[in-house]
Design a binder for this molecule. Structure first.
Ligand code: DQA
Length: 147
C-alpha cells in the first residue's frame, strides 16, 4: 500500500511544544516509526509536514491516484479548514484523522472537527502512539476493502 503521512501547522515543533499536551516525541521520531512500520509491511510511506494550508492542499492534490490512504493530523486547521476537507473529498482518498491530544476533552473550539465527517475514523488522545494505532487502523481498513 502507498501511505501519505500528513502533518499540519506547528507539528514541526513536537517534542518542544507544550510537552504536557503533546509529549516529548519529535515529529522526526514519529515519521521514522511510521516509515519503519510501513517498511515491515512492504508499504511505501511518504511523510510531509507544512505550516501552510495551501501547501497541504497542494500535497493532497499531488496524491491523487498515487496514494491509497492518508493519515492526517491537520493541527488547528482541523477546526477551521473547509478547504482542506474539500481537497480530501476532491481526491477521494480515504483519510484517517489523528491528534496527539484528546481534542474532545479540551477547549470547546477544538471539539468540532471539519475533517471527522469525511474521515474513515479519528484517533485522538494517545499521544505519539496514536500514529502507530493509525497505521494499524489503515492496515485493517485496506485489508477489509480489498477482501
Ligand atoms: C492537535 C490538536 C489541535 O487542536 C491543535 O491545534 C494542534 C494539535 C493534536 O494533535 O492534538 O495543533 O491536532
Amino acid at each position: 500500500a502507498r501511505i501519505l503521512l500528513l502533518n499540519g501547522p506547528n507539528l514541526n515543533l513536537l517534542g518542544r511544544r507544550e510537552p504536557h499536551l503533546y509529549g516529548a516525541t519529535t515529529l522526526v521520531q514519529i515519521e521514522e516509526m511510521v516509515q519503519t512500520l510501513g517498511q515491515a509491511w512492504g508499504w511505501e510511506v511518504e511523510c510531509f509536514q507544512s505550516n501552510h494550508e495551501g501547501a497541504l492542499i497542494d500535497r493532497i492534490h499531488d496524491a491523487f491516484g498515487q496514494v491509497d490512504l492518508i493519515i492526517f493530523n491537520p493541527g488547528a486547521y482541523t477546526h477551521t479548514s473547509i478547504a482542506l476537507r474539500d481537497a480530501l473529498t476532491g481526491v477521494a482518498i480515504p483519510v484517517i484523522e489523528i491528534h496527539l491530544s484528546n481534542i474532545h476533552g479540551r477547549e470547546e473550539f477544538r471539539h468540532r472537527s471539519l475533517i471527522a465527517p469525511i474521515a474513515v475514523g479519528q484517533i485522538c488522545g494517545f499521544g505519539a502512539d496514536g500514529y502507530r494505532l493509525a497505521m494499524e487502523a489503515a492496515r485493517y481498513y485496506l485489508q477489509r476493502r480489498s477482501a
